[in-house]
Design a protein around this ligand. Structure first.
Ligand code: ADP
Ligand code: ASP
Ligand code: MG
Length: 774
């Protein structure tokens, strides 16, 4: 005999309920089937009763929805005829009782816990009657007669012994299919309807399986099994083939909703395996939970779970140090008031004890602890006890963690690199679980980085924000699009573009964009892209492994880097402004990046695609000193001096450079040597010299007053230089020479200027010369 439990989603739709019928009817041994309420009905029952209790007449509409769901379901799944009429009558009777109860609540505007429990029990009572009719030969049982609870600490708690004997008595003879409502029970003394807590149908199934020594317990749900993390949060989570009872308990207790936590213990006790299966994919392998598991992948951790409902209460004070019995008093006071503690952390100094409780328990916990320690607080031995709210608890779980050094290091290192602050942590000596508390805003990010870092997912993910989609940014997006697949297959690297920003609009998506038509998406769905909006979105998304890529030439965007780096967002800049800004600023950005363990990279600032900065860094790291750098660093000026000829005057070459998008958006930045000065400053700094732009000596070829007015003025005046350039060009031509705009760094002295080079000069062929010594 086996026990099969079908959750709310499995009986929530016509297709799924018909799938349940097929699965049960194809079993080749007797089965006890436990069902939950139709998906969403329990929530609806609770909401409707709250509305009725506040005197809101709209409760009737909600109730009608409940009626509609059941009636429609019956009409769809039971063929018209006598059976359908009979079932509609029985369901109708139950719904009429429920209607009367709601009306009573509405009239007296009072909802006792007894009435609330009665109302919520109708979910399973209705669904079980419905499914019993649907499955051939199924016999309906009333779980209220054999699942018995008693009040403990004001909570309905299972009376294990009584329940076991009643279950055995009820199932002395097991039919081919027994149909049992999950979740509901009754009080052993008063006989009132009670329940086993939200999600409790799993527990009903486990209690019955254990009492009757079933061969197995199957939990049928809407996912392929127990997964490495909640698939609604981590899209790359995958099904775990096998879990031990201990691992499953650890994960369920910390929020893996797929199994209700108390479910594991009864069957563990009897060594009955649990199978988690998908009603929507019955042929899938699913997950087995059993005693001894082999882990073929030898992963250090099996899964991650979390609860986004944590308050941390810290009892602290120097008066606690070495005093015996403080913890005893803390836990006694909490237990007496029925407050469940799920995480405890105490440093060996005994100066403080932190306790994790649900948000709903936080006020009461503070109250009872402040009462308990009133005397100590009065004399200052212990500080007044307060709760820190809006936190989340994450647990990583796996029996392989035992005796494996480095897991905690890796965990906290990963969190730190992503700027996630750990508020409290706990690891038991069993070493199967490390739990920690973070700000709830960092929960999603924490789960993602841990999942990624422990290689639960096959790929390393980088989340990119691309700012500026002109020539450079546009090509970058195109390059990412064409390389995405290759990088994934060959390098295990997944590039997600999660933000695209241009001068007027910005779009963001946690899942990443399809880059094929990002421009239309930006145009149609883009939001305002002010500096503040960009900052808020990029920081606010708080997404893991994120990189802000600046493909603009904007000084304003460069001002955002510091904030991004401080939030552990790497910055990669094609924009030269930050790296060539005041030395102090450059230094500070590099320092923050180093301290935060993120990157501030700007390789393309100098030498376009050539890895010049990298080369300089390598030389320095291996102990070299950079003595001299000579380089032709301006593509625009090279273009201009190559194009200039008897037919194409100087002024025309500038226009052409702009049209061909060689130049900076404002070509004066190139002609004034400013662009080359910036590049040289960046090279010099990377080479270890403290240098500012003003320190660079400039020998220009356009009079400086040409740069004073507007861009229009400049275009008007520049043709006046053509005749002089043509004369000088003719002389050069006869001497077989060329112009090169050369940047030089010589023992810390920097200069840029126009140089005439002969046919054999190194700068006719080379771009960069670096001389270093060891
Ligand atoms: P049922 O109605 O069948 O009882 P539940 O909603 O109670 O279903 O539980 C199944 C859900 O649990 C899944 O849809 C999934 O979103 C969630 N879940 C959370 N953590 C995990 C996990 N580690 N593995 C699988 N599912 C999980
Ligand atoms: N129907 C109940 C609930 O939604 C019990 C269950 O689904 O297990 O909590
Ligand atoms: Mg459930």
């Amino acid at each position: 005999m086996k026990v099969m439990k079908f959750g709310g989603t499995s009986v929530g739709s016509v297709d799924s309920i018909l799938s349940v019928k097929r699965i049960v009817e194809s079993a080749n041994e007797p089965v006890i089937v436990i069902v939950s309420a139709l998906g969403g009905i329990t929530d609806r029952l609770i909401n409707t009763s709250k509305m009725a209790a506040t005197g809101d007449p709209a409760y009737e509409g909600e109730f009608r929805e409940i009626v509609f769901r059941h009636v429609e379901m019956i009409k769809e799944v039971v063929p018209a005829g006598e059976r359908q009429v009979g079932l509609l009558r029985r369901i109708g009777e139950l719904l009429n009782e429920l209607k009367d109860i709601f009306q009573g609540v509405y009239l007296i505007k009072d909802l006792s816990s007894k009435t609330a429990d009665t109302i919520v029990s109708y979910g399973e009572r209705l669904s079980s009657v419905l499914v019993a009719e649907l499955i051939e030969g199924a016999e309906w049982y009333d779980s209220r007669t054999f699942i018995k609870t008693e009040k403990k600490h004001n909570k309905d708690t299972l009376d294990v012994d009584l329940t076991n004997s009643l279950v055995k008595a009820a199932f002395q003879k097991i039919p081919k299919v027994a149909l049992v409502p999950g979740f509901i029970s009754s009080d052993k003394t008063t006989g009132n309807v009670t329940n086993l807590g939200r999600g409790g149908s799993d527990y009903t199934a486990s209690i019955i399986a254990a009492a009757l020594d079933a061969n197995s317990l199957e939990i049928w749900t809407d996912v392929d099994g127990f997964m490495t993390a909640d698939p609604r949060v981590i899209s790359t989570a995958y099904t775990i083939a096998e879990l031990s009872y201990v691992e499953a308990t650890e994960l369920c207790n910390f929020g893996a909703k797929v199994v209700y936590p108390p479910t594991i213990y009864p069957v563990y006790h009897k060594n009955i395996p649990i199978l988690i299966k998908n009603t929507f994919n019955p042929d899938g392998v699913g997950t087995v939970i059993k005693q001894n598991v082999t882990s073929p992948e030898c992963k250090a951790i099996k899964g991650i779970s979390s609860i986004n409902d944590t308050s941390l209460i810290t009892v602290q004070g120097l008066g606690m140090v070495g005093v015996i019995g403080v913890n005893y008093r803390i836990f006694k006071a909490l237990a007496k008031n029925g407050i469940s503690v799920f995480l405890v952390s105490q440093a060996s100094s005994e100066n403080s004890t932190s306790i994790g409780v649900r948000n709903a328990d936080a006020d009461l916990a503070c109250e009872v602890l402040n009462d308990e320690f009133v005397k100590e607080i009065e004399v200052g031995e212990i500080s007044p006890i307060l709760a820190e709210r809006d936190l989340a608890t994450v647990a990583i779980v796996g029996e392989n963690m035992k005796h494996t050094p480095g897991i905690a290091g890796k965990l906290f290192g990963t969190l730190g690199r992503n700027g996630i602050n750990v508020i409290a942590c706990a690891q038991g000596a069993s070493e199967t679980n490390i739990s920690f508390v973070v700000d709830s805003k960092s929960l999603r990010k924490s789960l993602n980085v841990i999942h990624d870092s422990f290689f639960l997912s096959e790929f390393q993910v980088l989340n990119l924000f691309i700012c500026g989609v002109g020539t450079v940014g546009g090509s970058l997006v195109e390059q990412i699009r064409s390389q995405q697949q290759k990088l994934m297959v060959e390098n295990g690297l997944k590039l997600h573009v999660v933000g695209i920003i241009d001068a007027s609009k910005a779009i963001f998506s946690r899942q990443g964009f399809d880059l094929a038509n990002f421009r239309e998406e930006l145009k149609d769905k883009g939001k305002e892209s002010s500096l503040e909006a960009i900052r808020e979105e990029v920081v606010g998304m708080n997404i893991f492994n994120s990189v802000f890529v600046d493909c603009t030439a904007s000084p304003d965007i460069a001002l955002l880097y510091k904030d991004f780096l401080q939030h552990n967002i790497s910055v990669v800049a094609a924009n030269k402004i930050a790296a060539s800004s005041a030395y102090e600023n450059y230094r500070e950005l590099k320092t923050i990046a180093r301290q935060r363990g993120v990157k501030f990279l700007f390789e393309t600032n100098v030498g376009a695609g050539l890895p010049i900065i990298n080369t300089i860094n390598d030389l320095i790291h291996s102990g070299d000193k950079i003595l001299k750098i000579e380089a032709v660093l301006s593509g625009t000026l090279n273009y201009i001096f190559n194009k200039i000829s008897a037919d194409i005057p100087f002024s025309r070459t500038i226009k052409m450079a702009q049209e061909e998008r060689y130049s900076e958006p404002d070509p004066r930045i190139d002609l004034s040597g400013k662009d080359v000065v910036r590049k040289l400053v960046i090279l010099a700094r990377e080479a270890g010299y403290c240098i500012e732009q003003e320190d660079v000596e400039t020998n220009l070829f356009v009079p400086t007053d040409f740069f004073d007015g507007s861009l229009d003025d400049f275009w008007k005046r520049v043709p006046s230089l053509d005749a002089d350039f043509e004369a000088r060009r003719q002389v050069l031509e006869t001497e077989h020479k060329h112009w090169r705009f050369v940047a030089k760094l010589d023992n810390g002295k920097a200069s840029v200027g126009l140089q005439e080079v002969g046919a054999n000069h190194r700068f006719t062929a080379w771009k960069v010369v670096i001389i270093s010594s060891y």
